[in-house]
Design a protein. Sequence first.
Length: 503
Amino acid sequence: MSGNVALFACSKCFTKHPFEELSSGQQLCKDCRGSFPFVKCTYCRSEFQQTNKVSTSTICTKCEHNVKQFGKPSACEYCNIIAAFIGNKCQRCTHSERKYGPPVTCEQCKQKCAFDRKDDDKKVDGKLLCWLCTLSYKRALAKTKQGDADRRAQLKLAAQRSSKTREQRLRGHNKRPNRVDVTKVDVSRHESNDGGTNAPPAAKIARAGNHRPPGDLMDPNSSDHVVAMTQLKEQMASLQKQMAIKEAVLLSKDKTITELKATHFTNENELRNKMMTEKKDADAKIDHLTMRCKSLQMELASLKKSNKRGSKKERFSLNDRCRKNCSVSDMVVSFAFSHTFKYPVNSVTKAYTRLQEQQNNVSVVEEDPTQEGPSMSCTKRTVSMLNPFPKFFQRVKLLKEETVAFFEDIWTQESERRVWIRSRNLTWEEEISIGSVVYVSPSENNQNWTTWEDITALDFEHCGKFGLILELFLKRKMETTKTHNIKVMEAILEKMVEREIIF
């Protein structure tokens, strides 16, 4: 029969053994199981046997492969084991949630990481426990059983030793002297001895005097220390259980503190971004209202001046200018106009950028997308164009410039789909002021349309009385240029629609 038994090879040393002698997990023989210890994986916390004495790594092969493929894992949001290679959950919790539904609270560690299998046989001692608590309970139960077996073996060994000692003592006391040959005993002497009817022999009396009953022998190995050791082990087990409960409570509190810190950080960032956005909107509104106030003040000054002169012609010209939403003072001219594009804000901004690239020499000076928060971006650049004044005006020494440079900053708020374009002149900066503010926003009638609002102010105060003529001339030229630019932008948008650039 022994020749017909199937033999299987050990997965480590490849020696042949019966199937019962190999381990159920990795198919190792007794020698290999003793040579390589069982350790816990650092990530998944499962026990495995090391297969190499040189490498003392505490990471199982499965987790080692996942680390090479996905990188270091993070903590699972259910069981807090550092084994979440993909997403926020480990593979064990992911499969259990898919199979048994959402997790419930573990009755041991009080964390929401246990899965109800709807089977009372799967519960541990009638309790619904998570995977880690189940392993801890089984490990403690195995240690208790092993301790009970050791105590029984010690008691059995002590009993055997005491019985052997008792038998040896009994054998030493029960040794009898050599019997006397009855055939050679003197009859007369025997009869004389019979005269004392109840007198026992001397050897028998001596043996009887030295004899002790078995019940009088005391066991030298007392079992009091065994009871004390058992009580200490039970006390250690209860203390370890209490320590595990305290650690679980501390871990849950740490998790709650971390979640609260993350929530506080997120709320703080959102409030900061909202504050910066509102501040930017307020600044834009203040700029718009400031320009409007200047325009109204200039209109008021012009009306007062016309009333003093009493000129009907001048009154008519001022009324005409007021109808056209422009105002003239002694040295300042401002005008404003608006236009509605039937295209989104992003497309209109792209069309404006292409228009600037086609007509002017544009150089980007600085791009700072995080200057006013994550929701705002700013592009600062310098735009150069030809001198708008004709050669007749260029006879003036101040205006003898072939090109005029403007500094332009474009603020974009993508979340609200709003754009602010501000520009001011760099050439003649000390003598002349040419500034404009463009506000681009979704139309109130249709959110897919764009409202273009432009306000421009001209100040030639340092040019004397000749500055008023320059202001009026430049105002008309800029009105014509801006109207032409609007038409060009409409054409660019139509081409973008044909090329399917606008979505």
